[in-house]
Design a protein around this ligand. Sequence first.
Ligand code: LMR
Length: 408
Amino acid sequence: TSDNVPQAPEDPMFGLMAAYRRDTVEKKVDLGIGAYRDDNAKPWVLPVVKQADEILRKDPNLNHEYLPIAGLADFTSAAQKLIFGADSPAVKEKRVATYQTISGTGAVHMGGLFLSKFYPRPSDQPIYFSSPTWVNHNQIFSNVGLSSKTYPYFSTKTKGLDFEGMQSALESAPEGSIILLHACAHNPTGVDPTREQWKEIAKVIRARKHFPFFDCAYQGFASGNLENDAWAVRYFVSEGFELCVAQSFAKNFGLYGERAGAFHFVTGPGPDAVNTIGRIFSQLAILQRSEISNPPAYGARIASIVLNDPALFKEWEANLRTMSGRIIDMRKKLRGKLEELNGKDGSWRHITDQIGMFSFTGLTEKQVLKIRGDAHVYMTKNGRISMAGLNTGNVEYTAEAIDKVVRE
Ligand code: LMR
């Protein structure tokens, strides 16, 4: 049987990380994986996470028992409030089933698995992703037997949203399609719909009876404000949609390796809503138990301490502003230097227009590989750069490398 196992390609994101680590050239720059770095290119443990860790370590009742199948209750309830809002009618009316998951990936997977089992659809009906989307979406859904198609999203001409293309693709998708949407700070493009555009998207989704599935990995990174970044999800919930949300705490808490996340299924208002959620909750328990039994405790405990303490929550918001503020500063510096080098004001405007952790530079795969080879600047093949990899020490060097390759 082992003869039948073909060699699989290396993961593009983690493969890039490994290639960067192998590179011995000192001036190398890592703009690959979406993980925050400080101005010294070092991982940043959020000060509020350090505080929560101390609180946790002093707890005399701390032990290593299993969490419940659905996870830490204080964490899942706080996760609901964070994404849906403290006053969310859906939360108050108990129309939300929430499971703690293995970060955002686990949450997307749980949603995919649940929908593959229970979402009524023709067997060949695809799920729709933005073009482009996070590289992992494809295989997470194909692993649970859901094929995919894409809707236009990024316009290479304007380097902004191809709203008309997106709208007409959603209109012509088969009725009742599952539509994957990025809640904020779209990965990889850094381009989000405006609120008016979200309202139009909601209209099409309603008219075509589609099912919205939000992936929310960057709450706090788009606008620097947690409430604003949750606006699209909250709008859809307020419109009464049945939907699901995959929520990651990897980026906004810097808890990457601790795998803290949540999956939420929201049903619309109605006399049967609580019963419906009860049934859904019971099925999710089987999926969770058979796959991971129960989720890991540490990251959820840290996030829960912060989310449930008003003073720590404020401090967390300040830490988030430190991260998003430094990224915005790097956007300005990178654009400024690039335009200084080519003498064309506005030619790199998209770098400051785009938001969140990433910028979609418009560089071709060939240019990306050339920059990697010549200047040891690492970015994904689609020309995405993780802005957090830039700092005052390497932003000018990076701009020079980019400027050089686009001239050739
Ligand atoms: C990214 O897109 O860089 C991050 O979401 C990390 C990952 O797992 O791919």
